[in-house]
Design a protein around this ligand. Structure first.
Ligand code: NAD
Length: 254
């Protein structure tokens, strides 16, 4: 038990599993007053809440599709109605896809990827910023990727979305730096989550090849990324804004 999030009201999207779940649990471990667990997946979301309550924390699951602006707006309004404020938000929900040659992608796959992995981050940031401006401050972290910095093989739409996440992170960090609002991004390497397990199953050869390039030839753990996200949201990071923080064991710079 630490105090990095002591008394804070926190939101994590995509917290029904993977890195988001680890983040919600770490916010609670670090003393958050209440953690909002947002996800499409109801069973996963309830499981995250149960994990937090089992160790004495307070959390609420909210079923949200982060690509829908009215649902995102309603989520923030609900948090404010119940807690009076929103101190920390980790915009982390996302999807992956099957790797293909660039010229084999159709527009529907492109549109879906951009909607879930980039537009959703814009929507969450917009409504979080409205509340943080009204209350006089806050901290936001967005999940980009190593693919926000270099290209992910066979995933041009994912690469574009994650580069875009870094762009809007920097844009907002500069714009709100006089409003006591910090905006940062984490860029995970390959982390052992349901998403990456699915990608390994659908792209076994590529996955084996990529794994060989990972530090220690193994995947990272969700908590290794989540610890960084919770720290970036904390007062310990109160002079850090606009950062693209790689959490990849040095993989991108190999
Ligand atoms: N696992 C990796 O190696 C890796 C690497 C770099 C970046 N990332 C990014 O990290 C984030 C978390 O991924 P993860 O690996 O923990 O995956 P995950 O699949 O375990 O978790 C993602 C969660 O987001 C939720 N989600 C998806 N679409 C949603 C929507 N429209 N509305 C609400 N929730 C939605 C899913 O239900 C799921 O619970 C993603 O943005 C992903 O792109 C993952």
């Amino acid at each position: 038990m630490g105090d990095l999030a002591a008394g804070k009201v926190a939101l994590v999207t995509g917290a029904g599993g993977g890195m988001g779940r680890a983040g919600a649990e770490i916010f609670a471990r670090e003393g958050a007053k209440h953690v909002y667990v947002a996800d499409l997946k109801e069973d996963g979301g309830h499981e995250t809440v149960a994990n937090i309550e089992r160790v004495g924390g307070a959390a609420t699951f909210v079923k949200v599709d982060v690509t829908e602006e009215d649902e995102v707006a309603a989520l923030i309004q609900r948090i404010v109605a119940e807690q009076g404020r929103l101190d920390a938000a980790w915009n982390n929900a996302g999807i992956n896809d099957t790797s293909r040659a660039f010229h084999e992608f159709d527009k529907a796959s492109w549109d879906r990827m951009i909607a879930v992995n980039l537009t959703s981050v814009f929507l969450c940031m917009k409504h979080e910023l409205i509340q943080m401006l009204a209350q006089g401050g806050g901290a936001i972290v967005n999940t980009s990727s190593g693919a926000g910095i270099i290209a992910a093989p066979g995933l041009p739409h994912y690469t574009a979305a994650k580069h875009g996440v870094l762009g809007i992170t920097k844009s907002a960090a500069g714009e709100y730096n006089n409003s006591n609002i910090r905006v940062n991004a984490v860029c995970p390497g390959m982390i052992d989550t349901p998403m990456i397990q699915g990608w390994f199953e659908t792209n076994p050869e590529l996955a084996t090849m990529v794994l060989q390039t990972m530090p220690g030839k193994k995947l990272g753990r969700p908590a290794q990324v989540a610890e960084a996200a919770v720290w970036l949201c904390s007062d310990a990071a109160d002079y850090v804004s606009g950062l693209s923080m790689l959490v990849d064991g040095g993989g991108v710079n190999r």
